[in-house]
Ligand binder design. Structure first.
Ligand SMILES: Cc1cc2nc3c(=O)[nH]c(=O)nc-3n(C[C@H](O)[C@H](O)[C@H](O)COP(=O)(O)OP(=O)(O)OC[C@H]3O[C@@H](n4cnc5c(N)ncnc54)[C@H](O)[C@@H]3O)c2cc1C
Ligand code: SF4
Length: 575
């Protein structure tokens, strides 16, 4: 039972009551708070980490490289103490303040899994890569059409207006390309391709009718609209220091955008240092009535109450909270009649990349530090299955000039070397995959029965691995990408499989999937738990399959859609 062996400090139900509680203040939680506050509801956002205030809490945002003790690297001691989190993309001395420390937040790796977390107000929205492509119907209906997965209860058309709603508010740059596998949206102007990227695009267009190398869509304000100025944000300056926190609010985070917006309504309360232990289910009322919180510092327990609860703790933490929310009615976790909670966890496959050199164009350079990359929309298994595996992959790419024209010099010392460093080197290019993985019942998370964290919450056990389908996709990506670069005249093409463990992709999904049938899914088409409808799960935990596009904008769109549905249901007295 929740609360066993805890000291409860309830302080009176009224004082701790809100219309809605949102668990987590990151990308999806910020959206739940914004939508619900905009409709006049009193909202409590519970966040386990510290508070982060826009600008004030970006300690490295304007630092020059020489102002860091190790020029951006962390100390050997830090690396020794944090072997896991220091593997994260973009981790360094300039960004470490937005990542957890390993020893504070243990978990159990039954199979290798690098769990990358940022516990603070804003969550991972402060450090995310900002890629924002829409899903197409190929992704929504692919698993059922080709028989490799469970069907979604929604299609692209259900979520398209919510994508627009989100894009307009957060600001997404890109071009309208008319590609069936990557639908267009409401875009601000894109960053430019550089000359080498344009050359590769041309070669792909000439050689492959079905492959489209275009601007990816990124949550950057290339040309702020009125709604962005109202948020206090301004134009992106192309500094590419985003993960430190951006003083201009040039990219979207919940700290720059949704949370301050919600706060302006006067309806928002954010409570940092609040580790959600579980959701409280009332057997008589047959619904959830609140949330049990352990104060991160004092370890005191307090209950908060609300009519509806949004679970946005990030995919695997949301699974943890739900699994830990046990009662007589739900002994195996809230809403878990199907026994599938924590199962069918999946992620994106980022293992493979290619790189190459490009000769020529030595009189050409680029302006600024472009924080975006072009994208090659998925070209596999769209209308029919055309490979020996299922699912598809997106390809990100880029081209840049090497630092220093030092190639061919015998010694890395002396006047000649020093002079060479003042000139840009030759052009290089790279491509890397973001592949769909197939959710399987055996890929799961569950609670430890004998190990707990410092807040008395069971540790999460990760049991997630790759399979043969992933290996085949990697092979195909490497062969095809190398062939495209070869056709573009690139030299010294290398193919690379980094064999990284799941998790480092930072796109973990599933465990509490959506579906029409309560026997085989946890959530209905509005992200409500089938068996406890005033609890809505709208982060990556809800994902029925992974698709091949960066997922966070879909979490935002689903959250906004679910919040507006919940408001309608509350008005009707159904929630
Ligand atoms: C380096 C990097 C690059 C990325 N690039 C991209 C990209 O380009 N495109 C893309 O789509 N996605 C990208 N992602 C992934 C993206 O950040 C996540 O998908 C997104 O942040 C998930 O949103 P969320 O709201 O579910 O979780 P988060 O943003 O992580 O927020 C969850 C919040 O819940 C809090 N929390 C957790 N447990 C509890 C608890 N028990 N009680 C209270 N609070 C709790 C956490 O502290 C956190 O603040 C990237 C991530 C990283 C780190
Ligand atoms: S590139 Fe743009 S969003 Fe990123 S830090 Fe610079 S100004 Fe901010």
């Amino acid at each position: 039972m929740p609360g066993d062996s805890l000291n409860i400090n309830n302080k009176g139900v009224k004082q701790n009551s809100f219309d809605a509680i949102v668990i987590g203040s990151g990308i999806s939680g910020g959206w739940a708070a914004k939508e619900l506050c905009d409709h006049g509801l009193k909202i409590l956002v519970l966040e386990r980490g510290r508070n982060v205030v826009h600008n004030k809490d970006y300690p490295t945002a304007t630092k020059a490289p020489w102002e860091f003790k190790y020029r951006g690297d962390v100390s050997k001691q830090y690396l020794k103490e944090n072997p896991l989190i220091s593997k994260a993309a973009g981790f360094g001395d300039d960004t470490a303040h937005f990542f957890i420390k390993d020893k504070d937040h243990p978990y159990i790796q039954e199979k290798p899994f690098d769990w990358i977390r940022g516990y603070q107000v804003g969550g991972k929205s402060l450090t995310w890569g900002r890629a924002c492509q829409r899903w197409s119907n190929f992704e929504f209906n692919g698993p059922a059409r080709f028989g490799y997965g469970f069907d979604w209860p929604i299609r692209y058309e259900d979520v398209a207006p919510w994508y627009s709603h989100v894009e307009k508010f957060i600001g997404v740059c890109g071009t309208r390309d008319g590609i069936e596998a990557m639908p267009d949206g409401e875009f601000l102007p894109p960053f430019d391709f550089n000359c080498a990227e344009a050359k590769i695009r041309e070669a792909i267009t000439v050689n492959y009718k079905d492959r489209h190398l275009v601007h990816a869509r990124w949550a950057h304000l290339t040309q702020p609209a009125e709604i962005h100025l109202q948020q206090g944000r301004s134009r992106c300056q192309a500094r590419n220091k985003c993960m430190r926190g951006c003083p201009y609010g040039g990219y979207f985070s919940s700290v720059t955008s949704t949370l301050p917006w919600a706060n302006k309504t006067g309806n928002l309360t954010v409570r940092p240092f609040s580790v959600v232990h579980s959701i409280i289910y009332d057997e008589q009322k047959k619904k959830a009535i609140g949330v049990r919180v352990i104060d991160a510092n004092t370890k005191q327990s307090t209950d908060y109450f609300a009519r509806i609860i949004f679970v946005n703790a990030s995919a695997l933490n949301s699974n943890l909270v739900l699994l830990n929310s046990t009662s007589n009615r739900f002994p195996n976790g809230l809403g878990n009649d199907s026994g599938l909670l924590g199962k069918f966890v999946a992620h994106h496959n980022y293992r493979a990349s290619v790189n190459a050199e490009i000769e020529g164009m030595e009189d050409k350079y680029y302006y600024g530090r472009n924080p975006t990359e072009p994208i090659l929309a998925n070209y596999r298994n769209l209308h029919k299955q055309d490979t020996d595996y299922v699912g598809g992959f997106t390809t990100f790419m880029g081209a840049y000039r090497e630092r220093g024209a030092t190639k061919g010099l015998k010694e890395e010392i002396g006047a000649e070397f020093k002079y060479a460093l003042t000139e840009p080197g030759m052009w290089h290019t790279y491509m890397y995959m973001q592949g769909e993985t197939i959710p399987k019942e055996s890929n799961h998370v569950r609670l430890s029965t004998d190990q707990k964290d410092q807040w008395g919450i069971p540790l999460l056990i990760m049991s997630v691995g790759y399979d043969e389908n992933d290996e085949k996709m990697i092979k195909d990506f490497l062969t095809e990408s190398a062939a495209m670069l070869d056709k573009a005249g690139c030299k010294n093409i290398n193919q690379y499989d980094n064999h990284q463990a799941p998790g480092l992709d930072i796109h973990e999904m599933g465990g509490c999937r959506m579906g029409n049938d309560p026997k085989s899914s946890l959530l209905n088409k509005w992200n409500q738990l089938h068996h406890c409808q005033n609890v809505l799960v709208t982060d990556g935990a809800c994902m029925t399959s992974t698709g091949n596009q960066s997922p966070s904008i879909l979490y935002m769109a689903l959250t906004a859609r679910a919040a507006n549905h919940a408001i309608e249901e509350m008005k009707k007295g159904n929630l």
